[in-house]
Ligand binder design. Sequence first.
Ligand SMILES: [Mg+2]
Length: 243
Amino acid sequence: MFRPMGSAVQAEKDRQTPGSGPDFRHVTEWIFDLDNTLYRADNGIFAQIEARMTDYVMAFLKLPREDAYARQKDLYRRHGTTLNGLMREHGAAPDEYLHYVHDIDLSDLDPDALLTAALEKLPGRRFVFTNGCRDHAARILDRLGMAHLFADVWDIRTMGFAPKPEAPAYESVVAAGGVACQNAAMFDDIARNLVPARKLGMTTVWLKSDSPWGKHGPLMDVSTGDIDHETDNLTQFLQSIRI
Ligand SMILES: [Mg+2]
């Protein structure tokens, strides 16, 4: 596993000295993944969505549950999202699918005042860049109490259904936002999603976790040069950076 910043010592130093950590003074465009970046999705919300994905695949492809689950995983691995696989291989209609799988219970998701305050201080524009859908993102951001902080949510539709980490996804959102990549920072819990962002000149931050979710999906080589910073705590990281 790579450790671009080189050491836990640096991470600890950043944590202890607010505002004297990594230099982000060149950044005016702040781009955040949603799930497992702005909130923890792997302690319930992903499980709900995944169960509904399997339900959908069962009904759509008329498969028993076990086969539908295996088929869904296979589509996800090969196409980046289950939806993409269903669209490309089976002609599924995206709106019905997105509405169905994101119709979940968010009552366990609490407002995050500390992260909201840290986001609020970032100078410039903030965006959400998610392989999910805009309505789901809006509900999540609303629950977290940070919906008002984002200039836009770029979702799978913005990307023309080519998900991260496919290169066209990044070209689409950069065009949609008129983003100057040299002045942009991107945060994502899936390291491979940062590779195309780095290629475009963005500063990249990996929200590392032990969650198995980050290891699913298409494989892509990630090298130390693709990740400028890594952290296991977004709030503390944002509190520590120079802006
Ligand atoms: Mg994520």
